[in-house]
Ligand binder design. Sequence first.
Ligand SMILES: [Zn+2]
Length: 187
Amino acid sequence: MSSTLLTDTRLYALLKRCDEDLARTIREAGCRCCGGVLHSARYRRKPRGLSPGGTAQEHWRMSFCCARDLCRKRATPPSLRFLGRRVYLATAVVLASMMRCGATPVRVRRLEELIGVSRRTVKRWQQWWRCLLPRSPFWRGAGAQLCEPVVTSDLPRSLWDRFRGDGEQRLLSLLRFLSPLTGGTRI
Ligand SMILES: [Zn+2]
């Protein structure tokens, strides 16, 4: 299941549309500081973790800048595709970290073949999930949204298990849950 989602181009297109909706909401709200009009200040990303067809496309991180000369405040909407500055797509950071739970050499090799991610990188992501994320201010706030606390030593699997639906629906819910981390703008 997870490996199918990892390279699903239709899913990527869906996440891109979600990002466009989030960006529209931010843009329509105007500048947070002065209420001014926001202009596009998007920037290019070259994410890893895409299917071979996906790497040929151009990828943009949506972002805006206030049009008023004395303000120029930047507003970057949350994203379901880009998890902060990580070079890999958020989908890969979630799914690969889960696949390594009880990883067999075969699974690790399959991951490398699919999206070119190394065992060392996945290990780093897992440290982030299990050690850094639970200590973040985001987590303290977001944890309150969950009915009961999740087992942090089993992240992201324990979080995944909290959401309902099939793999795609759970992934979308999880990415939405994390999205305030990605742009610095809570909406
Ligand atoms: Zn402004």
